[in-house]
Design a protein around this ligand. Structure first.
Ligand code: PMP
Length: 405
């Protein structure tokens, strides 16, 4: 009898299970719209040219080696990440006043995990709020880090297929002080639906009035509108204009196409720089006890690109072209559904932004799409727009049409 015999099977992770099932599906025509990764027009992964160039230059640089990085990571990388998020010293008071710092992490998930542990163990916060719906990993990460209570704030209005702003505000107003509010910085996953600037201002009012702690999750900076500055608007508004203390967890998986390199950063904005030494010392112990120190390769790539004007320009072109391709696919899908006179209103496909669309397809329609048409999407009806391309748009639109009728 094995000592592991009593271990119960944990529930599967939907997105990975579906991805596996799609890859294994022998059907000659199929579409993978489940996993959140970028694909080219040909349906292939894309290594950005600036990333290749940075890697080549790194390989030839004899000054680089494979020594350990410091526990909190490669400082030039986290400085570049903080600036990408907050702007420059001219426009960002926290930067100008030395009230912001970064910690390199294992991609966005690792940033959330380190930050959640810091908030739970060091600040003793117990309650976190997620949008309803949210990225499915938020709950697991926060509970694993020591949080006790998960609350939800309303976000998606099924009827209007858009933001339920009144519901959101009502729920945030009712949150106890020191609740950690997870806010998606841009391109909300899974709904593709963000607050407007005016709405963000109201959210900032409530955060201040009710003494809530804003934790921004920024996994798609640049990827949403094609412009990294635009996509940082909400975080910059809170940090630079409203002078609110916050943390932002940044992922460089999507915007640099560095999924498996696990490049991330946690940016901390504080009101008084005096607290930073103690904060960093506690973060050092959290990281030391979790994975000791982060990997070099991906962070060095991002740092090289952001600090080289030609490579940075190329990167800007890359995110523009990726976001443009997504917008084209939104237009293409909507146009086809409307041409087919598929029952329902499909305008939300083009008003939503970022990688995902929350289609509004229900559970039965999703099951039907997978089993009958081999079109794979999450049971919530979320699709990855990047899984669409000129060669499969007709096929997917036809399948949606059939599923809805
Ligand atoms: N937050 C959100 C909302 C996401 O969609 C993702 C990526 N799926 C992440 C965080 C983190 O991803 P990663 O750990 O790959 O950077």
């Amino acid at each position: 009898m094995s000592r592991y015999a009593h271990v119960e099977k944990a529930p599967p992770i939907e997105v990975f299970e579906l991805n596996k099932a799609c890859i294994a599906d022998p059907a000659p025509k199929k579409a993978n719209l489940c996993i959140g990764v970028y694909r080219t027009e040909e349906g292939q992964p894309w290594v950005l040219p600036c990333v290749k160039e940075a890697e080549l230059s790194m390989a030839q640089n004899d000054a680089l080696n494979h020594e350990y990085l410091p526990v909190l990571g490669l400082e030039p990388f986290s400085n570049a990440a903080v600036s990408l998020l907050l702007g420059d010293v001219e426009t960002s008071p926290p930067l100008a006043e030395g009230r912001a710092f970064g910690v390199q992490t294992l991609s966005g998930t690792g940033a959330l995990r380190v930050v959640a542990e810091f908030l739970a163990r060091i600040l003793k916060y117990t309650t976190f709020y997620v949008s309803l719906p949210t990225w499915e990993n938020h709950r697991l990460v926060f509970f694993n880090a020591g949080f006790k209570t998960c609350m939800e704030y309303r976000y998606w209005d099924e009827q209007k297929r858009g933001l339920d702003f009144d519901g959101m505000i009502e729920d945030l107003k009712a949150a106890p002080p020191n609740s950690v509010i997870i806010l998606h910085a841009c391109a909300h996953n899974p709904t593709g639906c963000d607050p407007t600037k005016e709405q963000w201002k109201i959210i900032a009012d409530i955060v201040q009035e009710k003494q809530l702690f804003p934790l921004f999750d920024s996994a798609y900076q640049g990827f949403a509108t094609g412009d990294a500055e635009n996509d940082a608007w909400a975080v910059r508004y809170f940090a630079n204009e409203r002078n609110i203390e916050l943390i932002c967890c940044q992922s460089f998986a999507k915007n640099f196409g560095l999924y498996n390199e696990r490049v991330g950063n946690a940016t901390f904005v504080v009101s008084d720089p005096k607290v930073m030494v103690e904060m960093k010392s506690q973060l050092t112990l959290i990281v030391r006890g979790m994975y000791s120190n982060p990997p070099n390769h991906g962070a060095r790539i991002v740092c090289t690109i952001l600090n080289d004007s030609a490579l940075r320009e190329n990167w800007k072109e890359c995110i523009k072209s990726m976001s443009k391709r997504i917008i084209d696919m939104r237009l293409g899908l909507r146009e086809r559904l409307e041409r087919l006179k598929t029952p329902g209103d499909w305008s939300h496909i083009t008003t939503q932004i970022g990688m995902f669309s929350y289609t509004g397809l229900n559970r039965d329609q999703v099951d039907y799409l997978i089993s009958k048409h081999h079109v794979y999407l999450l049971k919530s009806g979320r699709i990855n727009m990047c899984g669409l391309n000129p060669s499969n748009l007709d096929f997917v639109a036809g399948a949606f049409d059939d599923a809805v009728r």
